[in-house]
Design a protein around this ligand. Structure first.
Ligand code: DQA
Length: 229
């Protein structure tokens, strides 16, 4: 996955959903922190879609402990040919937490995988300038800088879309979305402003974040909005 154009990922914890994702997804996000035996799943994986692996740490909204094993598992994961991208938290790369995730980024690049550097706000949406700053910092560490915030108003979504457009127009690769009901439409609209990655579950009951559309719906919405007709 080089993220040179919009990439829609089927997000989930079980790679057995991959066949059902092929029609609408460009890849799969394996949420290792939610998964049973993620490395065993990768070992057995013979799907067609490339995989981005995420092992989200607890202090960034995930289920993984902040320990060396979390990063070790990501290093093992990027060694699989099917894994072409890895997600690392900005905070884990610039000194927060107990373990430096830089070794995972290096190992990923040694194995030809892209690095998506993510930052989240599960309470609110910062102002546009703060979003642009966080995205710019994420872009310094990775191939794509990603931010997911929580929207409570149209103004929150406007701030995210404005920041997305500003970074994209400056030739930075970003992925953005606003979580929650007030932010839901951003998942279909942000690609028009330069967001390069979308996340959606095959089964709407298996969302990995608040406000996600199911995969088929998000694919349809993005395609209709991007249609030149
Ligand atoms: O960071 C992200 C974005 C996300 O939180 C979303 O809002 O769609 C979903 C997560 O699975 C993914 O790792």
């Amino acid at each position: 996955m080089d993220f040179t154009s919009f990439t829609l990922l089927a997000a989930g914890s079980d790679l057995s959903m991959e066949p059902a994702a092929r029609e609408d997804a460009d890849g799969v996000e394996l949420r290792m922190d939610f998964a049973e035996d993620p490395l065993g799943q990768l070992d057995a994986y013979d799907g067609d879609l490339p995989v981005l692996v995420t092992n989200r740490v607890g202090w960034e909204g995930g289920e993984a402990p902040d320990d060396a094993a979390r990063l070790d598992a990501l290093e093992r994961a990027v060694e699989y040919d099917s894994v072409t991208a890895v997600d690392l938290e900005l905070a884990a790369l610039d000194g927060a937490g107990d373990h430096d995730a830089g070794r995972v980024a290096d190992h990923a690049r040694d194995h030809g995988a892209s690095v998506v550097v993510s930052t989240h706000d599960f309470e609110a949406t910062p102002d546009r300038a703060a979003i642009e700053d966080r995205l710019a910092r994420a872009c310094e560490y990775g191939d794509v800088g990603k931010m997911a915030s929580t929207a409570h108003s149209p103004d929150d979504v406007l701030a995210m879309l404005g920041a997305t457009r500003a970074l994209s127009a400056a030739d930075e690769r970003v992925a953005t979305m606003c979580m929650g009901e007030a932010g839901r439409h951003s998942r279909a609209v942000a690609p028009l402003y330069g967001s390069l990655i979308g996340y959606a579950p095959v089964d709407p009951d298996e969302a990995t974040a608040p406000g996600q559309y199911d995969l088929a719906t998000l694919r349809s919405l993005v395609e209709q909005l991007q249609s030149k007709k």
